[in-house]
Design a protein around this ligand. Structure first.
Ligand code: PMP
Length: 356
């Protein structure tokens, strides 16, 4: 779900951006108008996520799966990389990286069926690893790191790489623990096609020779994300979303801190409803349940189709679980208001009353 105000503004400006006589899709990416859009988007994102100065913000293409190759091409130096495997997306990241480096598994929750996070104290971190990769919110499995690990405290000097595709801008990021964060825009920021990379300056300039120039972080940074034509429409819509996020308020909080409070309240409402019923269940460890993606199951699988049909009729869309997990999955991204979750919970209670 996208913020309606953002979609309305993008629609209103579709044919003529700020009296320029052209829409954003029609602009030269090197013109003054798009330059303004890009600079504002970058500045707003830096403010929103409190990105420190020593990090570059890169607007790229290739998506999360593209980054699974682009990160090792830039950061691995062909050496050892440690992966913390916690669900479908980190499984994919590890597999892809094997093509470029010695990609090891430092910890995995696969045995328990991706339902809990392996305790960092037990991670088998390699000496001299180029970096440690984890997925900070596993979209399909509904597992989220509530806190990023402090690798230094675990005895590793490797930088931490996080795939934050599906919870970017839903909560603050502790940049002191991060070397690089990447994410596709299509969950919380805007349209598919834009990939956000936030990377520490010292990690640039070590790409393998085979790294495509357009995917070399040093080249992208040196050219202010304009080495090749950037995804201009995606950057523009993400920029509108950053403005919307900066203006959000919850009590005394604003911006991403306000979103974190709202998202926690939304998730609590839904998990409480699931846990309080014997008709619905969620199997993820309570300490690492995702605030964005909530998989749940009906006690009676044969009712799944009825549940989805009734939900659709009530205006509750896209609740079908991922095929690898089954059941249902509610994606309650930033733009989903508390009222949306209340409507889902009310529908779930009514469905249970009729069918339990
Ligand atoms: N990582 C995560 C955490 C994701 O949720 C997704 C997409 N759902 C991806 C990677 C893959 O992203 P893309 O489809 O943009 O390549």
């Amino acid at each position: 779900m996208m913020p309606e105000a953002v979609l309305q503004q993008a629609a209103a400006e579709m044919l003529d951006w700020h009296g320029s006589g052209m829409g954003v899709m029609e602009m030269s990416h090197r013109g003054k108008e798009f330059g303004e859009i890009l600079a504002r988007a970058e500045g707003d994102l830096r403010r929103l996520l409190h990105v420190p100065e020593q990090f570059h913000i890169l607007f790229m293409q290739g998506g999360g799966l593209g980054e699974n190759a682009i990160v090792p091409l830039n950061l691995s130096r062909g050496g050892t990389v440690d992966f913390v495997v916690t669900g479908s997306w980190s499984v994919k990241s590890h597999k892809e990286a094997q093509r470029y480096c010695d990609a090891r598994i430092a910890a995995s929750n696969a045995e328990g069926g991706h339902l809990s996070l392996p305790d960092p104290a037990g991670w088998q971190l390699s000496d001299g690893a180029s970096y440690v990769h984890l997925c900070s919110n596993e979209t399909i499995n509904g597992i989220e790191f509530q806190e990023l690990p402090d690798l230094k405290a675990l005895g590793s000097s490797a930088p931490l790489v996080i795939d934050f595709s599906s919870h970017v801008a839903s909560r603050p990021v502790d940049w002191s623990r991060v070397g690089l964060a990447f994410g596709g825009a299509q969950k919380n920021l805007g349209p598919a096609g834009l990939t956000l990379v936030v990377v520490r300056d010292e990690l640039l300039g070590h790409a393998l020779d085979i790294c495509p120039s357009a995917f070399n972080y040093r080249t992208v940074a040196d050219n202010q994300s304009m080495y090749n034509t950037p995804p201009t429409w995606g950057i523009y819509v993400a920029g509108l979303t950053f403005q919307w996020l900066l203006a959000q308020k919850e009590g005394e909080l604003t911006g991403v801190e306000a979103m974190a409070r709202r998202n926690a309240a939304k998730a609590k409402l839904l998990y409480d409803a699931i846990d309080g019923s014997s008709f619905y269940s969620n199997r993820v460890d309570v300490g690492c349940r995702s605030r964005m993606n909530v998989p749940f199951f009906l006690a009676d699988d044969s009712r799944n189709a009825d549940f989805l049909e009734g939900a659709r009729a009530a205006g509750l869309l896209q609740l079908k679980g991922h095929k690898s997990v089954g059941g249902m999955r509610a994606s309650i991204y930033n733009a989903m208001p508390l009222e949306g979750v209340q409507a889902l919970v009310a529908y779930m209670r009514e469905f249970e009353r009729l069918h339990a």
